[in-house]
Design a protein around this ligand. Structure first.
Ligand code: ADP
Ligand code: MG
Length: 354
């Protein structure tokens, strides 16, 4: 069965600043989140992951501007909703209810002078005014249990909880109204590895129970390999590879994906040598021509410095395996490698993965 999309992003461009001082932080981003899946988004710091999360949720603030593209939400029982066209009032109803987001360091955004109970019930009060007080308390208890916190912590103030518990309270809050989509932007980086995995395992279990879809953003790809269904890799504001988590792990096609896999210790499976990636990510104001990764790429050849390779489908490793895409001249006909190859490259460039 073809998976149904719940969120589709196409041709998304975001700039910081306007006029001659503008720098482009997102370039032609195409990405689809399917119903019920955990989609991991990985990339070094500065690759544009948070910009994507902010743009999609319409939380981008100046100097960030969306300069092109479309973002659509596909509700279960209604036609698609154009997220970039929503009014502020429509957005307020949409956030928390249909889509919620947990940011890095979100645990510090709990209000220190209010108990967990009052913060959880406030979300319900704002969006479910018809709910009675006792019902709200019951729901708050249920939410805490969902994220593995004992209900007697409901009366606690944030400072009485550990960092891991505070972060779980934020996740409980994000799930309070049973949204269809939960976006988590580096929600666990401040926590130790054991705690990160515990929280993620719980999230994946909840996803199975409640049926929402997750975009999980992190610079640590080893977490994604373990917990996500599909992974998209970002570099210099573009998606450079997108494939099933197992496919990325077994057979990364983009040299950057391969480099990322060798930058973090694998949690399971055979040990990999940690070689990292030489050099550092480019500045937005000095993006290399062609493939932005080519100055750091050990496999770069002629076309790489001249033309940007489009994210285009490549055959899956196994027959009948899930579709995958990569933006790399190693895997697409190079523009002037052979007579007629330019046409094939143009075809590859115009093909959009679904
Ligand atoms: P990531 O989340 O992958 O670390 P970000 O989306 O935060 O990346 O940043 C992408 C790029 O946009 C970076 O080069 C960053 O410096 C730039 N950027 C982010 N926020 C702003 C801002 N408010 N003004 C100017 N540039 C910004
Ligand atoms: Mg970020």
């Amino acid at each position: 069965m073809t998976p149904r999309p719940v969120l589709t992003i196409s041709g998304l461009n975001v700039d910081y600043g306007t006029g001659s001082g503008a720098v482009r932080a997102l370039r032609d981003v195409d990405l689809t989140l399917h119903r019920g899946e955990v989609l991991g988004l990985a990339g070094e710091s500065g690759s544009g992951k948070s910009t994507l999360a902010y743009a999609v949720t319409r939380l981008l603030s100046p100097p960030g501007v969306i300069t092109g593209g479309d973002v659509h939400y596909h509700p279960y029982d209604k036609g698609p909703v154009d997220l970039l066209g929503l009014t502020p009032q429509q957005l307020r109803a949409f956030r928390w209810q249909e889509l919620s987001i947990v940011f890095q360091g979100a645990m510090n955004s709990l209000n220190p002078v209010h108990t967990v109970h009052s913060q959880l019930t406030d979300v319900l009060k704002a969006h479910r005014p018809q709910m009675r007080s006792a019902e709200r308390t019951a729901r708050a208890e249920e939410l805490l249990s969902l994220v593995g916190i004992s209900t007697d912590r409901l009366v606690a103030y944030p400072h009485q909880l550990s960092g891991g518990m505070r972060q779980r309270v934020m996740i409980a809050m994000a799930l309070a109204l049973e949204p269809e989509i939960v976006i988590m932007d580096e929600p666990t980086t401040a926590l130790d590895v054991v705690m990160q995995r515990q929280i993620l395992r719980q999230l994946v279990r909840l996803r199975e129970e409640l049926g929402f879809s997750v975009v999980f953003i992190t610079h640590d790809i080893s977490l994604l390999i373990e917990f996500s269904d599909r992974i998209a890799i970002m570099y210099g504001g573009r998606i450079v590879e997108e494939a099933g988590a197992a496919e990325i792990y077994r057979d990364p096609r983009h040299p950057y994906s391969d480099g990322l896999l060798h930058s973090f210790p694998a949690l399971h499976g055979p040990r990999r040598e940690l070689t990292g990636i030489p050099g550092s990510p480019p500045h937005l104001s000095a993006m290399p021509a062609g493939c932005a990764f080519h100055p750091r790429c050990g496999k770069a050849f002629e076309p790489c410095s001249g033309q940007v390779p489009a994210l285009a489908p490549v055959p899956a490793g196994t027959a009948g395996g899930p579709a995958r895409s990569v933006a790399c001249w190693l895997h697409h006909p190079a523009p002037d490698a052979a007579p007629g190859a330019g046409e094939a490259a143009a075809d590859a460039a115009s093909a959009h993965p679904v």
